[in-house]
Design a protein around this ligand. Structure first.
Ligand code: SAH
Ligand code: DHB
Ligand code: MG
Length: 221
């Protein structure tokens, strides 16, 4: 099925997804620099951009930058005074993302914070950053529960918390506890389910990134 998923994703992208040329070039630079090709697909990037618009976001937080692809797509939907903060552990990824962001003319809009996301999230809370109207969680999956808890504190009522990779080819069903990344994802479902301040769903997705899924939580109070 993967071949069909790829072709349908291309069909959709050709019709509905007009990427910024400089943003698409970011992926070429990332590939050339040996970064793993795990950024969101063009159609998913467009969905994130639509969500930024729907949320009327002025401040966006991203956890997991890679080469800056999803960050740039979201930043392009922000108002002129909008800001996006993106957190990245790997100095090589952060450096390339900063270069890509500068080339796309988004250096004034996007801040890349290097370091473990947990540390950056603590620092953001101490600085009184936010409130954010949209948070995109897409870094190490084992830390998703902690990322979700901290994102919720930084998120405005009416804001969205979006989580990538919440299906992982069905691995989410593995209750053995053997894989800490799967455990992180499974535990974040439980947290979201038990959290009265959000209402959420998750959708299974197929496409160029294989079989996976996306969760969306709306902060209702
Ligand atoms: N959102 C990006 C893809 C992110 S891939 C896009 O769609 O374009 C996940 C990223 O999270 C990788 O760059 C990885 O280095 C980073 N990461 C992994 N563990 C992290 C941590 N503890 N803190 C911050 N970033 C982390
Ligand atoms: C991986 C991480 C991601 O965020 C993703 O969307 C796909 C794959 C990974 O670490 O393999
Ligand atoms: Mg992802």
């Amino acid at each position: 099925m993967q071949d069909t998923w790829n072709r349908v994703d291309a069909f959709i992208a050709e019709r509905l997804v007009r990427g910024d040329a400089e943003v698409e070039r970011a992926n070429e630079r990332a590939a050339a620099a040996g970064l793993p090709p795990i950024q969101v697909s063009p159609a998913q990037a467009k969905l994130l951009q639509l969500l930024v618009r729907l949320a009327g976001a002025r401040q966006v937080l991203e956890i997991g930058t890679l080469g800056g692809y999803s960050a740039m797509w979201m930043a392009l939907a922000l108002p002129i005074d909008g800001r996006l903060t993106t957190l990245e552990l790997d100095p090589k990824h952060a450096e390339l993302a900063r270069r890509n962001i500068a080339e796309a003319g988004l250096a004034e809009t996007i801040e890349v914070r290097m370091g473990p996301a947990l540390d950056s999230l603590k620092a953001l809370a101490e600085e009184g950053a936010g409130p954010f109207e949209l948070v995109f969680i897409d870094a190490d999956k084992r830390s998703y529960p902690e990322y979700f808890k901290r994102s919720l504190r930084l998120c405005r009522k009416g804001g969205l918390i979006v989580l990538d990779n919440v299906v992982r080819g069905g691995k989410v069903l593995d209750a053995s506890g053997a894989d800490p990344d799967v455990e992180g994802v499974r535990r974040v479902y439980e947290l979201i389910a038990a959290e009265p301040r959000v209402t959420a769903t998750a959708l299974q997705t197929v496409g160029v990134k294989g079989y996976d899924g996306l969760a969306i939580a709306l902060v209702v109070r």
